[in-house]
Design a protein around this ligand. Structure first.
Ligand code: LLP
Length: 409
């Protein structure tokens, strides 16, 4: 189900025309569809309904508090990687028993906070981290629930910069080290080894890599004979950014996981970010100028790479659409760029687009995940507002940063 689409040539977010929003709120801004968010969460939980996984939304993909509260209301947990994300998850009311703490560089302060909040699992990624947790647990005489992150040496067939499961990556423990660490943990009386976790990368659209991961986990279980309470398969489920690209086949993935779980009494955890939030968001931006240069039309937007980093960072493609489609066209070498002083500040090159003029608006699609959360103040630009639409209602869920706040820091 798609809640952001063209209706009678007007781009609509649920029942509201994006053009009306653009006239009401100062551009650029992110705009999310609440129904789309819920729809995505339920699509995922329904696909895996036979195994009833714990779904821990990966907060790094989008940490807006109102959106987190909405996810909490429909049952979501959280995957967090910093004390900031942990505090946001608990502020959103997410039950700590549904929070997993991941990350290779947790500081002592962060570990202590995770212990204080009694999260479900602290997924450790090195022997040094294990020793630190053990030291803390002894000091406070408390038993702490941990998981160990496996590096399965499986690459996710995705962009190199978002692939995390290869043996040369910094993440998790490779097979032999994993087995050695399990032996070590068993001697540590204050730690309960409750989980194995893995995350091989993001935007993975084929289930084959996940199949390899599951067989690696089976190998670990056979070797260690540990009956892990939780098997955390991470996130990574890919979505469709272009017409050609297909989202991951959840039915196939669910079948694999169900088969894997036979004769086990472990609980599955997922840490999806992009699948839940990716297509819920659009970035609405105004055309400041159209500049002709050297046979090119530079369409200069008021949103820049500081607002949406993915194209500059990963050459990521986000479809650009006019808020009002017309029958007239602009043709030629069309380059949609931002105002930032870097040549990588560009969003798309097109040959044809609906006729647009300076002062009009366009939308960039599928920016809900890693859009706002990767944004920055580069070029001393304020972080932009976020709007949530539900049916025919809309409201601000994060104010645009004030210039005063920006300038005084
Ligand atoms: N769990 C762990 C341990 C992760 O590192 C990540 C993402 C996730 C879960 C969620 O992955 P997802 O379901 O969203 O694929 N900035 C990049 C993506 C970086 C992903 C980092 N880790 C982008 O814009 O594509």
């Amino acid at each position: 189900m798609n809640y952001i689409k063209l209706r009678k040539n007007n781009l609509c977010v649920e029942n509201i025309s994006a053009l009306n929003l653009a006239k009401k709120y100062k551009t650029p801004f992110y705009c999310y569809s609440l129904s789309q968010l819920k729809n995505n969460y339920y699509t995922l939980s329904n696909a895996f309904k036979n195994i009833k996984p714990i779904i821990c939304f990966s907060i790094k993909s989008n940490s807006n508090l109102s959106l987190l509260k909405e996810l909490r209301k429909i049952g979501s947990g959280a995957d967090v990687v910093s004390v900031g994300e942990l505090l946001k998850a608990t502020k959103a009311g997410i039950n700590p028993k549904k929070i997993v703490f991941s990350g290779i560089g947790k500081t002592e302060e962060e570990i202590k906070m995770a212990i204080k909040k009694k999260v479900l699992l602290i997924n450790i990624e090195s022997e040094s981290e294990l020793n630190l947790i053990n030291k803390i647990s002894k000091k406070i005489s408390r038993k702490i629930s941990i998981g160990i992150r496996l590096n399965p040496n499986v690459t996710g067939k995705t962009h190199q910069k978002i692939s995390t499961g290869g043996k040369d990556e910094k993440f998790g423990l490779v097979y032999n080290d994993f087995i050695d660490l399990c032996k070590k943990v068993r001697k540590m009386k204050n730690l309960s080894l409750n989980g194995v976790s893995v995350h091989i990368g993001s935007q993975i659209t084929s289930v084959d890599p996940f199949k390899k991961v599951l067989s690696m986990i089976n190998k670990i279980i056979n070797k260690t004979k540990i009956n892990f309470k939780f098997i955390d398969l991470g996130g990574g489920m890919g979505i469709s950014y272009t017409k050609k690209e297909k989202q991951i086949n959840l039915k196939k993935y669910a079948k694999l996981v169900s088969k894997f779980l036979k004769n086990k009494d472990s609980k599955i955890i997922f840490e999806p970010g992009r699948f839940i939030i990716g297509n819920t968001g659009i970035l609405i931006t105004k055309i400041i100028y159209i500049k002709k240069s050297n046979n090119r039309n530079f369409i200069i937007l008021d949103a820049g790479m500081n607002d949406l980093m993915r194209p500059a960072l990963y050459n990521a493609h986000h479809e650009i659409v006019p808020l009002k489609k017309t029958r007239k066209f602009l043709r030629g070498n069309l380059k949609f760029v931002g105002p930032i002083c870097e040549s990588s500040d560009k969003f798309s090159n097109l040959k044809i687009f609906s006729k647009i003029r300076e002062g009009e608006y366009i939308g960039l699609l599928n920016v809900g995940a890693y859009g706002m959360s990767l944004s920055s103040n580069y070029n001393t630009r304020p972080t932009i507002a976020e709007i949530m639409v539900s049916g025919s209602k809309h409201k601000i869920i994060r104010q645009r940063q004030s210039l005063e706040n920006l300038v005084n820091n």
